[in-house]
Design a protein around this ligand. Sequence first.
Ligand SMILES: [Zn+2]
Length: 97
Amino acid sequence: MFALQYVYDTTRGYYANRIIDLRVQFGAHCWFCGKECDPHEEDGKFQFAHRHGFKTKLTGYGRGEANRVHDISNHPISYMLLCDNCHKKYDNLGETT
Ligand SMILES: [Zn+2]
């Protein structure tokens, strides 16, 4: 158990840093309402949303942070940086992410 927890924490640190890089790369603001995003804030208020019509194989929440980071890095055209409010509105337009 201890070893697994250690690996998890190490991985978490790396991907948390990658998320920060990606937020900066995506302009560090919500693409819909323009709300500024602090790249260093904890996950939750800003999310990478799948653009409708640009789906990758990775969809939905909870597929793993590592997979998500790789998918965003490999397919940036498929994602937008949205605040929590706009992400919910966007998803309610039709397709789910
Ligand atoms: Zn917004």
